[in-house]
Design a protein around this ligand. Structure first.
Ligand code: NAI
Ligand code: AKG
Length: 414
């Protein structure tokens, strides 16, 4: 548990994986100067060495935050994922330690959608193979297996933020769009929903995947699904590596059933730029392989830097969990002259009563209070006015059985 409410210069922030300058600027504007930024990810043993002194951690997709890391993160207040996906974080372990995790759910959406549109054209014209040949001194001037995308069918699996953007852009270029989603979604433009994944696979010239990494999407595209795709069709995966069985895809491409693929994400991705990338797709001439750069544009990274840093500031300064992916959502307007207490607890009966008894037992007046719970977790923000012995109060709050974290903000005399 956090031991003390700290002045901002004592809050240690560690940002990994080359988070954009905007994050540093935003944190500095918020008064946080103790920021260390590393260009790379840390592996578990490096994290275990360092995490004990970190209050706020920023990562992207390469850093894996395991239960063991949270166990060792005695001072950790919050985590920011400077990306969309949060599957690299053990979100339940974070909850158990009272640590809200934030992400940037929209800031790189357009970048991924644009890459996919570019790849559809590259695949349907066989550009990657032809370009490699020309680089090697060859000349393959041929229309064989090259098609316009106009009038062709694009199948989108996962019709969320990215899927719908791809849908709009693809239609604007004359494609017919079909989509499959487990949730009923409003079809944009002339796009039409498919009743099943099998239906989508059987009608599409290009299939593009935009689902999150969940137990249901693991190995969603394997031998059977690839066989269900049209002969000579193409597959794009810029979602998560575990969604496609790579060996099965390599076999389907080597047999000529799947003509081309553009794969940006892999079941195992190198931890650093120096590590060698291994995959059964290496060497397949019609496979465009990219190093998980769907969201890596200057615009996206700048937007993400600002967005996630603002969420971290909101939580650190005010206790707001709005936008957290693993926490009850609480935002209480700041009241002048109050001390704010934050209490994260297991959702047991009578918790709020016990929290309030700490204040009433000290004759403290609660000026405002906001509690949100989910089946496992409760998060309450309490504003108290008057002269408050913050440390004593916070120690009483921590003594309540089932407390996961307690701290205070805006101390009246520190
Ligand atoms: N390659 C890259 O650099 C990037 C990859 N991503 C990945 O793209 C994924 C999608 O991003 P968004 O569109 O923003 O997410 P989103 O949450 O807006 O959309 C995902 C959609 O997939 C649907 N879905 C979930 N399970 C499904 C299933 N089993 N079958 C069919 N549909 C299912 C959901 O209902 C939702 O509509 C992210 O989760 C992330 O993993 C995101 C950004 C960059
Ligand atoms: O840019 C990154 O580090 C990860 C991008 C991504 O996959 C995401 O935003 O989910």
């Amino acid at each position: 548990m956090t031991k003390l409410s700290l002045s901002k210069d004592k809050i240690n922030i560690l940002l990994l994986e080359g988070v954009h300058d905007n994050a540093i600027d935003e944190l500095a504007r918020g008064g946080y100067a103790s920021v260390e930024r590393l260009p790379r990810a840390l592996d578990e043993s490096e994290l275990l060495e360092r995490i004990g002194s970190v209050h706020i951690l920023g990562i992207r997709s390469r850093t894996h935050l395991t239960a063991k890391v949270f166990e060792a993160a005695s001072k950790l207040i919050t985590v920011g994922c400077f990306c969309i996906g949060t599957n690299q974080v053990d979100l339940r372990a974070a909850r158990r330690h009272g640590v809200p995790v934030f992400n940037a759910p929209y800031s790189n959406t357009r970048s991924v959608a644009e890459l996919v549109i570019g790849e559809i054209i590259m695949l349907m014209r066989g550009i990657f193979e032809k370009s490699q040949l020309v680089h090697g001194g060859g000349w393959m001037k041929s229309a064989k297996d090259s098609y316009e995308i106009r009038g062709k069918t694009l199948g989108i699996v996962g019709y969320g933020h990215i899927g719908t953007q791809v849908s709009i852009l693809a239609e604007a270029m004359g494609m017919q769009v079909r989509f499959y989603d487990t949730v009923r979604k409003l079809a944009l433009g002339n796009a039409r929903a498919c009743d099943s994944l099998e239906e989508l696979l059987s009608v599409s010239d290009v299939v593009t995947l935009h689902v999150p990494d969940t137990p249901q999407t693991r190995d969603m595209i394997g031998e059977r699904e690839l066989a269900a795709m049209k002969k000579g069709s193409h597959l794009i995966n810029a979602a998560r590596g575990q969604v496609v069985e790579i060996e099965a895809l390599a076999a389907a491409m080597n047999s000529g059933h799947i003509l081309g693929a553009a794969i940006d994400v892999f079941p195992v991705e190198p931890g650093s730029d120096k590590e060698e990338f291994q995959s059964a797709l290496r060497g397949i001439k019609t496979a465009i392989l990219t190093p998980h750069i769907g969201g890596s544009t200057m615009e996206a990274q700048a937007n993400i830097g600002t967005e996630v840093a603002q969420k971290l500031l909101e939580y650190s300064d005010n206790g707001s969990t709005v936008g957290a992916v693993n926490f009850p959502q609480v935002a209480l307007p700041v009241q002048a002259g109050c001390t704010r207490f934050l209490h994260v607890h297991e959702n047991r009966p009578g918790m709020l009563r016990k929290v309030n008894e700490v204040f009433s037992g000290r004759d403290l007046n609660i000026a405002a209070q906001y509690l949100q719970t989910d089946p496992e977790l409760g998060y309450v923000v309490v504003d108290v006015n008057g002269d408050v012995e913050e440390l004593e109060v916070v120690n009483d709050l921590r003594a309540i059985e089932g407390t996961l974290k307690a701290r205070f903000l805006f101390p009246s005399k520190h």
